[in-house]
Write a protein that binds this ligand. Structure first.
Ligand SMILES: Cc1ncc(COP(=O)(O)O)c(C=O)c1O
Length: 418
């Protein structure tokens, strides 16, 4: 009998048969409110009719044609449409399949363009599981344990996780930028450093939005030293935070944007955007990959962009996110174990701590299980697995947010705070 690897360990035992919007039906006949969205992927909800129709139609025309052999129309159209969503100047795109591939492409391009070897990434960042991306990842040791030696030439700067430091946002920002300057003086010489890589909101690392001024501080240092600023928007992009890109909550323009996940509502595609000059700095033969910019995925991405615009999903993400955070904040008033509620749009985290402020993964796990028993699927994140994350499809409506918040409240009532 065939078996899945025992290391694939789903957070839920439910087996999905059908999805619609933010709902999933399972083999045991249950219906779940899905606030996981396949880890932030099904941006337009499960099986949005317009996305399904686009995939169906494209499947009847061309499933695949390799971009280094014969290109296809949906990829050209997507390139136009995505360039319109980018900050001015980042109009040149390269496609791949998974987020980790796009991160590796961005890193390789930065090294080739600047002719410098080193990369600075953030403490707590997550960028993927292939060797290069794993070497840039510090959201937990599991992502690179047993894979050593990793790619050398990486240094990690602190990310402004104000709750963890126990300081206010301003003091945390100042500290982190000061430490970055120290790192540039002691570990990663600017003359050797190709790029700074950052998520505008730590994803796997615990749903921590960058503080005001932090990304701007990175930009200043990149400008001063000729380093590139690479924004990993794999989880935070494509409308999820209430703006098209997560970094657009800040006054900053990156040199590269990496996107994937929600871009095609569940059909695998990833992309890196840069200026033509930076993209042209990539060496001949350095960009390829069998499935990059796959025709089905491009068709799904085009339909996803249409749906986001036509249904006002960015605005919905902003409003539903505020609604959810307000409900969770009022719950925090009743439960001492809720240490922090944070996020942007529909990327919301609830951090659980004990009475001394230490991570409380057991409470988080118990609440998570109790919510699932009541029909709500949630995810965890953070290095200590004590942050419950809420990342539903952007189509979630007001009553579904209320239902999810009610379930979480019931789960806390059952589990208690310890
Ligand atoms: C910010 C970020 N970057 C990169 C990745 C890697 O993407 P993928 O799993 O598609 O390789 C992820 C996945 O969770 C992510 O959240």
């Amino acid at each position: 009998m065939g078996k899945l690897s025992p290391r694939i360990t789903p957070v839920s035992d439910a087996v999905a048969t059908r999805g619609e919007g933010v709902w999933l039906e399972t083999t045991d006949g249950r219906r779940y409110l899905d606030f996981t969205a396949g880890i932030g992927v099904t941006s337009t909800g499960h099986a949005h009719p317009k996305v399904v129709e686009a995939v169906r139609e494209q499947a009847g025309r061309i499933l695949h044609s390799h971009y280094n052999v014969v290109q296809h129309a949906p990829m050209h159209e997507l390139t136009e449409r995505l360039a319109d969503k980018m900050p001015a100047g980042l109009d040149t795109l390269f496609y791949s399949t998974a987020g980790t591939e796009a991160v590796e492409s961005a890193m390789r391009m930065a090294r080739q363009y600047t002719q410098r070897p080193r990369i600075i990434a953030m403490q707590g960042g997550y960028h993927g599981r292939t060797v290069g991306s794993a070497a840039l990842t510090t959201s937990g040791t599991a992502f690179h344990a047993g894979l050593q030696p990793l790619m050398p030439g990486v240094a990690f700067a602190p990310f402004p996780h104000a709750y963890r430091y126990g300081w206010d946002a301003k003091a945390t920002t100042e500290f982190c930028l000061q430490e970055l300057d120290h790192l540039l003086a002691t570990q990663s010489s600017p003359a050797d450093t190709a790029a700074i890589l950052v998520e505008p909101i730590l994803g796997e690392g615990g749903y921590v939005p960058a503080t005001d001024g932090f990304l701007e501080g990175l930009r200043e240092r990149c400008d001063a030293h000729g380093m590139l600023l690479i924004m990993d928007e794999v989880q935070s992009g494509v409308g999820r935070t209430g703006r098209f890109w997560g970094h657009q909550h800040h006054d900053v323009v990156p040199d590269m944007i990496v996107t994937a996940k929600g871009l095609a509502s569940g059909v695998p595609i990833s992309a890196v955007a840069a200026s033509f000059e930076v993209m042209d700095g990539a060496w001949a033969g350095s960009q390829g990959g069998t499935y990059g910019g796959n025709a089905l995925a491009c068709a799904a991405a085009l339909a996803t962009l249409d749906v986001i615009e036509e249904e006002g999903l960015m605005d919905n993400a902003a409003r539903r996110g505020e609604q959810l955070q307000a409900r969770l904040r009022s719950l925090a008033g009743e439960h001492a174990s809720i240490g922090d509620v944070r996020g942007r749009g529909l990327m919301v985290g609830l951090e659980l701590s004990d009475e001394d402020g230490n991570p409380a993964p057991s409470v988080a796990g118990a609440v998570h299980r109790a919510a699932e028993e009541r029909g709500l699927l949630l995810l965890m994140c953070g290095p200590y697995k004590n942050v419950i994350r809420f990342v539903p499809g952007l189509v979630v409506d007001e009553s579904e947010i209320d239902r999810a918040a009610d379930i979480v409240a019931e789960a806390f009532d059952t589990v208690g705070d310890a």
